[in-house]
Design a protein around this ligand. Structure first.
Ligand code: HEM
Ligand SMILES: [Cu+2]
Length: 577
């Protein structure tokens, strides 16, 4: 192993602008990441209160700034799942592909995207904080909130689409100036993810812009709830891949080097992303098994397509696992499982990502239950569902983003991570907190405990609650563990950002773009570049797969949308809070 040169601390601190010299896109990236993390901070602060609610401890009566449990839950869901993720991903998937391709993004466009998002988020926040959009993060009509909320949500998505367009345009320009070359892996995966999101976001954009905004402004009398839900879940399923694929990019393309190894198979990584591009969108009906008025035939077809997502998920598990084993072998590890001991467990960047991956194993398994028409009826709208998505987006994605922040914030600011130990503790506690949370919530779900319920105000649940004492207590305990994890995490992040020392340019944390095994072998063999497999050349044609994905989603959805549009059932808005 090579040891990094001792960081040369420059005193007095460099003027800030000098840090971004050479790469001014670092600054806009930093703004995206830090704004996202601030949103997460507010969103996460409410989580433990919700967990206590499950343990039948009501703290809401002492919180004058929250009018209801549901106002808090709306803030929690919107800020964590929609706002934090979108900011973080927009920053990350702008910066990585640009650096991988060696192209500087157009900064005016990047800042325009940032401000579009931020103005949108401020509008939506104003509505939710004023208790005028207590709609939960699914904002199903006929619940009707302030127009500010819907316009703000639309601007958030538009901001992300500006970044998507920018990255795709940069990539096509790069292709033109590098004929015959293969896109570097991190850039390839980023472009595939943005292409997926362009297709996936259409449902939400149409729902909000065509239906909800005019309706909330009083320009139209009603909205068809079933049509709105179908548009919502068209995006709502695929959005989970928008959350997870950036984590996969880190696992496939960056983690191998962080672990001290190489990418086991570059072509497998590309194949899995093409499969995600094709299969993420045409399956949203699996969120609507209980919605009457939709054809059971299309629900079944989309269920079968959902199960196909197991293929790229398994490709990911095995190839990332192989990369880690290669890394451990390079460090002298061996045996069936003994090699795992040789991995760099003391490095929070590594450990947080591996814990994130481990949490994704039960997360994926639970997802198969949710996606099954028959089994879903047992868990639909119970505590099982938040149990599921806190170990997927709440851990697999969030903990990976924690890991990324541990190296990327130091990289962007040249400020060293404030405390490696505290970072490690935060990762372990988040992992165990979420595992306890998930055990409690899945278990409650099987007993029938509903989600989205303010227990202090609920009636008719006492018999069920008496059978769920143990899991309900687990949920409460997990909330406390997660609160400690969050305090540690944000302490490290803010101490890092507010730190006064900056290392010199030479000692800057590098972007851990990993080499593939084939590249390393070719270099060792003939000192040249590896032979490019035919499959990689085929996979390089991302536009073709984009067109295929669009065609597939049309086939899977058009009949449903046409029948919904031909039989509209518009209803006026309701305010239940
Ligand atoms: C301190 C950590 C956290 C705790 C203790 C926590 C706790 C909870 C609980 C107990 C619920 C269920 C409330 C109910 O259905 O009545 C919930 C809902 C939810 N959580 Fe979290 N959570 C945490 C972090 C996160 C993170 C990191 C994300 C996403 C990135 C997230 C996303 C959501 C979403 C989307 C909902 C559903 C909101 C709704 O039903 O409208 N949470 N959380
Ligand atoms: Cu889904």
């Amino acid at each position: 192993m090579t040891t990094a040169p001792p960081p040369t601390v420059s005193a007095p601190a460099l003027p800030t602008e000098q840090v971004y010299l050479g790469h001014p896109e670092k600054k806009v990236t930093l703004y995206f990441l830090v704004t996202g993390l601030l949103m997460l901070l507010i969103g996460v602060a409410i989580g433990p209160l919700q967990a206590l609610n499950y343990a039948n401890i009501d703290v809401y009566q002492y919180l004058p700034f929250l009018k209801s449990y549901y106002q808090g839950l709306s803030l929690h869901g919107v800020l964590n799942a929609l706002v934090f993720t979108t900011y973080f991903i927009s920053g990350l998937l702008l910066y990585l592909p640009c650096r991988a391709l060696g192209v500087r993004p157009n900064l005016v466009v990047a800042w325009a995207a940032y401000w579009t998002m931020t103005i949108g988020v401020l509008m939506a926040a104003w509505a939710v904080l004023g208790n005028n959009a207590t709609l939960l993060y699914t904002f199903y009509p006929p619940l009707q909130g302030s127009p500010l909320f819907y316009i703000g949500a639309a601007l958030l998505v538009v901001g992300s689409l500006i970044i998507a367009a920018q990255v795709i345009v940069i990539w096509t320009g790069w292709k033109r100036s590098h004929p015959g070359e293969i896109t570097p892996l991190a850039a390839y995966m980023s472009v595939a993810t943005w292409m997926m999101w362009v297709i996936a976001s259409l449902g939400l954009v149409v729902e909000v812009v065509v239906f909800l905004i005019p309706w909330s402004l009083g320009w139209t009398k009603g909205v068809d709830p079933l049509l709105a839900r179908t548009l919502f879940w068209y995006t709502g399923h695929a959005i989970v891949y928008f959350w997870v694929l950036p984590a996969y990019i880190s696992w496939y393309a960056l983690l191998p080097r962080q672990a001290g190894g190489v990418i086991a198979s570059d072509s497998m990584a590309r194949l899995s992303f093409v499969l995600f591009l094709l299969l993420s969108t045409p399956v949203g009906l699996h969120h609507q098994y209980s919605d009457t008025g939709l054809s059971i035939g299309w629900k079944t077809v989309q269920m079968l397509l959902t199960f196909l997502v197991v293929v790229p998920s398994m490709l990911t598990a095995f190839s990332v696992g192989a990369s880690l084993e290669l890394a451990a072998q390079a460090r002298g590890g061996g045996g069936y499982f003994g090699w795992t001991r040789r991995l760099p467990w003391k490095d929070p960047v590594f450990t947080a990502q591996v814990l994130a991956m481990i949490s994704f194993i039960p997360g994926g398994a639970g997802g198969i239950v949710n996606a099954s028409l028959a089994l879903d009826t047992a868990v639909h709208n119970t505590a099982w569902i938040p149990g599921h998505f806190h170990i997927t987006v709440g851990t697999a994605t969030t903990l990976t983003f924690f890991a990324i922040s541990f190296w990327l914030l130091p990289h962007l600011t040249r400020k060293p991570l404030a405390s490696v130990k505290m970072a490690l503790w935060s990762a372990w506690l988040w992992f165990w907190g979420m595992i306890i949370f998930a055990v409690g919530m899945h278990w409650e779900g099987l007993i029938g405990i509903p989600r989205r319920t303010y227990f202090a105000g609920a009636t008719g649940l006492s018999e069920m609650i008496s059978r769920a004492q143990v899991p309900l207590a687990l949920t409460g305990i997990s909330g406390m563990v997660l609160a400690v994890a969050a305090v540690l995490y944000f302490t490290v992040i803010f101490r890092t950002l507010l730190g006064r020392t900056r290392v010199s340019a030479q000692a800057e944390v590098p972007i851990p773009f990993s080499q593939s095994l084939a590249e390393v072998e070719a270099l060792a063999g003939n000192g040249g570049s590896p032979k490019i497999a035919g499959a990689v050349r085929v996979l390089e044609r991302l536009w073709v797969f984009f067109a295929l994905a669009l065609a597939l989603v049309m086939v899977m959805y058009l009949p449903t949308f046409i029948s919904l549009l031909l039989n509209p059932h518009p209803v006026p808005g309701l305010r239940l809070w």
